[in-house]
Design a protein around this ligand. Structure first.
Ligand code: CMC
Length: 428
């Protein structure tokens, strides 16, 4: 007989099914709890709630494991391209050469953004945060492609919507930056690969030949792969819950982008650079700031250190540290902020306080440093995260629609006033 959990309530014992995932993680299935007992569960922030069964990403925070569709992040980051990983996440298997060529051709074909959308950019103020622009532009895509409004129309229509989005997000992201600095938009160059084309649209100028170091393209490819999915986090859960109402994909991903915008989620890499600037402007005394981070009376924390899920090490940080070292050496960047970052990393890795609490630099520490070294402005960091996370969001949305999951609708425990009579205004 399969395993069950026993729950005793008001003297009555209920048996709840226990389900087990393929990596042996276990869950108590409470989906019928309210019907059978009248009770619901309470779990603020859903920290103990499995909201779905998913075949996409597995992570084990204790062991520092991250797998996409069973493949380790280490192997994918070393050997694959971002589009290959996007295909893997969305369609479930690594593509054959023919499948990858067809996928790449389709993505390349759709990189242009409708010319009318260009006018939207011009209406934004120069100081518009690129995440606000990106979320609005992605949502607006639904108005240009009305056939996307029914997300379940056909597998071909679904694929077309997905490919358009993956193709156009780099264009929209780069244009939101160009708009902010009031430079001319660079149209996509389809003989460049995905990463190089993005860098071209970001940093290319119509007046110059575009040259980029392959180390930079490779680092971007790795960063996008490392951010491509992270199972049911804030933005991904947002995507699944918005998509569960049968909203179209563009509106759904726009909601995911908005969720990612928050500093508690996608904003950490930006906070790293802001912290480094603060330390620099304060005279660059790293030891002083490490002491502040350790002082329980002081709210300051070292940004980019520690992780909610990874308690021994962040496998993504291990990979990206090397790319970070390579980039800094190759580009020979001379930036006092990056010197502070290196000192901070060294001090924190050797300090007992950080060692005892397993507080090592996380992926956002290094991604912030790399983006800074590449000349990407801090306001664009979360946009870079969105670019990487897109295939994960799409895969999670596709899986949810294919599984015909019900509309998301959590319960609550009401703690407000009980029933009372309306009081006319003159008597209040
Ligand atoms: N600097 C100094 N002390 C810290 C830090 C830090 N960055 N992080 C945790 N601690 C201490 C904390 O004070 C506590 O000490 P004690 O046991 O003496 O009370 C102990 O370490 C455990 O901390 P916690 O707050 O219980 O750990 P948590 O798992 O709840 O928090 C965290 C994880 C990421 C929110 C936290 O480490 C933090 O605030 N880090 C800085 C912000 C950051 O880098 N965030 C990005 C995370 S990666 C994002 C992603 O994967 O998408």
């Amino acid at each position: 007989m399969s395993e069950t959990a026993k729950l005793e309530l008001e003297g009555k014992v209920y048996e709840l099914p226990v389900i087990q995932g393929t990596e042996n993680e276990k869950a108590i299935d409470i989906s019928k709890l309210r019907d059978t007992t009248g009770y619901v569960t309470l779990d603020s922030g859903y920290k103990n709630t499995g909201a779905t069964k998913s075949k996409i990403t597995f992570l084990d925070g204790e062991k520092g494991i991250l797998h996409y569709r069973g493949y380790s992040i280490e192997q994918l980051a070393e050997k694959a391209t971002f589009l290959e990983v996007a295909y893997l996440l969305i369609y479930g298997e690594l593509p054959t050469q023919t499948q990858l060529d067809a996928f790449r051709n389709s993505i390349t074909k759709h990189t242009l953004v409708h010319e009318d959308m260009k006018q939207f950019f011009e209406a934004y103020p120069a100081k518009a945060h690129p995440m606000g622009v990106l979320a609005s532009m992605v949502c607006s895509m639904a108005t240009f492609y009305p056939e996307s409004l029914d997300p379940n129309r056909s597998a071909e229509a679904k694929d077309l919507t997905i490919h358009r989005l993956i193709a156009k997000l780099p264009t929209l992201a780069a244009w939101s930056y160009k708009n902010a600095i009031r430079h001319p938009f660079m149209y996509p160059k389809n003989d460049f690969d995905y990463c190089k084309n993005f860098l071209y649209m970001m940093f290319g100028m119509p007046t110059e030949d575009f040259k980029v170091d392959p180390v930079v393209v490779e680092a971007l490819n790795k960063l996008l792969i490392l951010h491509a999915d992270h199972e049911q986090n804030c933005s991904t859960s947002t995507v699944r819950i918005v998509g569960s109402s049968n909203a179209n994909l563009y509106a759904t991903i726009s909601a995911g982008i908005s969720a990612l915008w928050g500093p508690l989620h996608g904003g950490a890499n930006q906070e790293v650079i802001e912290m480094l600037e603060k330390i620099h402007n304060d005279g660059g005394d790293v030891d002083k700031w490490v002491a502040k981070a350790k002082d329980k009376e002081d709210p300051f924390r070292l940004m980019g250190f520690g992780h909610r899920v990874y308690k021994n090490f962040d496998p993504r940080a291990k990979i990206i540290k090397k790319a970070c070292d390579d980039i800094l050496e190759k580009l020979g960047v001379n930036d006092p902020m990056l010197d502070i970052a290196k000192k901070l990393e060294k001090v924190a890795l050797e300090d007992e306080y950080f060692k005892a609490r397993n507080l090592y630099p996380n992926v956002d520490f290094y991604s912030g440093i790399i983006y800074k070294a590449l000349g990407i402005p801090t306001e664009m960091f979360t946009v870079m995260f969105a670019l990487g996370r897109l295939p994960g969001w799409v895969a999670q949305w596709k899986e949810m629609t294919e599984n015909k999951e019900p509309i998301g609708r959590p319960r609550q425990i009401y703690t407000g006033a009980t029933s009372r009579e309306y009081v006319p205004i003159e008597k209040r």
